[in-house]
Design a protein around this ligand. Structure first.
Ligand code: ADP
Ligand code: ZN
Length: 619
């Protein structure tokens, strides 16, 4: 094509932007969407690492709609496929899924449409796709692209390794010439390398977005007393908001959900031990509900794209920083402020380390996993900006503090506790790793019951009267987190001994200072920072009181639609869109189409009804 002609014909990206506006109702591409889409439209494979909520799905949906042929999307979870396909169909996109839940008649219909070239997108599971008959049938169909969603599942350095994903490497040979796009929200440098190697993307472009999630307000606190009580406090302080609470065990989710219901919160438990229908039912209820709380194990989440989750609370800590970012990342996907709150303790860390040690994997993999556990607790118990720590962990440089996490806003103040730390370490040394933490603290306080003459004669006996028992507990926790003390599991009755000798020596020599956290007076624990709530950050504050009734009316209308169609409300319109409608009060279809999130399909489907709701409020 001559340069002059090239100027005349619209660029592929213009066409993509047109689809973005017409079908999805968004004005502009966000972040790396445009370059990723341009790469795929040019027929080249790529890998894209975009944070949760970064709009990964459009990166393959739009090219599938523009390029000739069928776009295949490989996705690890049925829930994820169901949701995305429902949302696409709402926007008028020809999308379907083939999975074990689809009955044979429907399947036949879908295949007929595939073979007639009528479908733009087909969602499949990795094991479904890699069946020989499936590959055979697809090889007779022109493909526009193959998208591999949640691509970190292919890597054993990632945190969600799925052996089925390994087979996807073969796609490069089976479908030569079809661009493949691997997308994920979470991959450190090593995992990215592994994805490229496993999926044969070594020669392809790599797009890595910033991991910043400015809408997330992060905090973490050490467990004090029963976590259940604290979680109930935190949740009841956030009434009327949808949230997810992660607990470490199935039993834990049931108990916690019950405790929340007893406190008047509409809470449901979710874990892999529940019968499948019950799981689906609860998931649907949560997606429908605007203020429901799901108490779940990590079996819940990947692919749960509910955009208006206002908080994620870890009643038990996540497994790694990757898992943390992904789980916390399920809050605030609509871009409105949301909170991530993590409860953690030294016992959680000891347990995680022990489980890692017992895992049946290569020594080298084990070492990586141990390091991941340590890095997680360093972040949780650290004193530097949480979001900043996570972003640096993912390899970002020049990271500014977020200015809104508990550490940035100073709810956690520190005092120098080097001298006390020296005492605790000496005591652990003198007691020679024969006792647990409680006994160590009693020793420091001189309170040991029936103390032996030998112990009472040690130089460390009763030298720690300046701190209370609770303060010693905090300090020993911290020394454990920092690896200065070490817990030997001893079959569930852990013994405390000295940790890394080099680091311990540095503390004794005073070269390494120990800063201890002290809680601020008048701490308001209903806010993430402990400071009084700032109205301006509240979701509702974006709406003036005058617009609130219209917003509520729109919400009620949406809720009716969602129930009638058995889809989650946000699939119809998300809160952001309803907020804009309530503010702009469009009177004509043309005005309504200007609203973010209103595309042609939805305008045709809901335009009249929405205008009627708005009209009902005029005059
Ligand atoms: P991810 O899969 O990366 O977590 P999604 O693809 O589910 O994110 O998109 C998250 C949300 O952002 C969705 O509600 C989607 O409609 C919205 N979104 C995506 N791209 C844009 C855009 N360019 N402009 C406005 N909103 C967008
Ligand atoms: Zn911060």
């Amino acid at each position: 094509m001559s340069p002059a002609l090239a100027e005349l014909s619209p660029s592929p990206l213009d066409e993509a932007r047109e689809v973005l506006r017409r079908t999805f109702g968004h004005q502009e591409f966000r972040g790396l969407q445009a370059p990723v889409i341009a790469e795929v439209l040019a027929g080249r494979s790529a890998m894209a690492v975009l944070p949760t909520g970064g709009g990964k799905s459009l990166c393959y949906q739009i090219p599938s709609m523009i390029r000739p042929g069928l776009g295949l999307v490989v996705s690890p979870l049925i829930a994820l496929m169901t949701d995305q396909v429902a949302a696409l169909q709402q926007s008028g996109v020809a999308a379907e899924r083939l999975d074990s839940n689809i009955d044979p008649t429907t399947k036949d219909g879908i295949w007929r449409r595939i073979e007639a070239g009528e479908l733009d997108l087909l969602y499949v599971s990795p094991e479904g796709l890699m069946q020989p008959w499936m590959l055979e049938r697809l090889s007779r169909t022109p493909l526009s692209l193959i998208a591999i969603d949640e691509a970190h599942c292919v890597s054993q350095w990632g945190h969600d390794f799925r052996p089925d994903y390994r087979m996807l490497g073969r796609l490069a040979q089976i479908f030569p010439g079809v661009p493949r796009l691997a997308v994920t929200a979470t991959a450190d440098a090593r995992t990215r390398e592994d994805i490229r190697a496993e999926l044969q993307l070594e020669e392809s472009a790599e797009f890595v977005a910033s991991f910043a999630r400015p809408e997330l307000i992060l905090s973490a606190e050490r467990k004090r007393g029963p976590a259940q009580k604290r979680v109930v406090e935190l949740v009841t302080a956030r009434p009327g908001r949808a949230g997810v609470v992660y607990a470490g065990s199935r039993d834990g989710t049931e108990k916690l959900a019950q405790a929340l219901r007893d406190a008047g919160v509409p809470a449901l438990a979710y874990h892999a031990g529940l019968e499948r229908n019950l799981r689906t039912e609860r998931l649907e209820q949560f997606l429908q509900d605007e203020a429901g709380v799901m108490v779940a194990t990590i079996a819940f989440g990947m692919g749960v794209d509910k955009p208006d989750v206002r908080f994620v609370i870890h009643a038990d800590p996540p497994a790694s920083i990757e898992a943390y970012w992904q789980e916390i990342g399920r809050a605030g996907r609509d871009g409105e402020p949301a909170e991530g709150i993590t409860l953690y303790g030294a016992a959680d860390m000891a347990w995680a380390l022990r489980r890692t040690a017992e895992r049946d994997v290569d020594e080298s993999v084990k070492q990586v996993q141990v390091r991941k556990v340590r890095q997680l607790y360093t972040m949780l118990d650290g004193v530097g900006c949480r979001a900043g720590t996570v972003r640096r962990y993912f390899g970002e440089t020049d990271v500014e503090p977020c200015g809104q996490c508990d550490l940035c806003t100073g709810a956690v103040e520190t005092t120098d506790a080097t001298e006390a730390a020296q005492k605790a370490l000496s005591a652990a040394h003198r007691l020679a790793g024969r006792y647990g933490r409680g006994r160590l603290i009693d020793h420091l306080l001189g309170k040991t019951k029936d103390v032996s003459d030998h112990e009472a004669s040690l130089s460390t006996w009763a030298i720690g009267q300046e701190l209370s028992q609770a303060q010693w507990r905090d300090l020993t926790d911290q020394l454990l987190f920092e690896g200065l003390l070490r817990e030997d599991p001893n079959d569930g009755r852990p013994l405390v001994g000295l940790g890394d000798p080099e680091a311990v020596r540095a503390v004794f020599r005073g070269e390494r200072r120990i800063a201890m956290r002290k809680p601020v007076e008048g701490y308001d624990d209903t806010t993430r920072s402990g400071r009084p709530r700032k109205r301006s950050r509240e979701t509702a504050a974006a709406l003036s009181p005058a617009d609130q009734p219209l917003f509520e009316a729109l919400r009620a209308w949406r809720s009716g639609q969602a129930k009638a169609q058995h889809v989650p409300p946000y699939v119809i319109f998300n809160d952001r869109t309803l907020t804009e409608i309530a503010q702009m009060k469009p009177a004509t279809p043309g005005a309504l189409e200007q609203v973010n999130g209103v595309g042609e399909g939805k305008l045709a489907r809901y335009g009249q009804a929405v205008l009627a709701v708005v009209g009902g409020f005029e005059g």
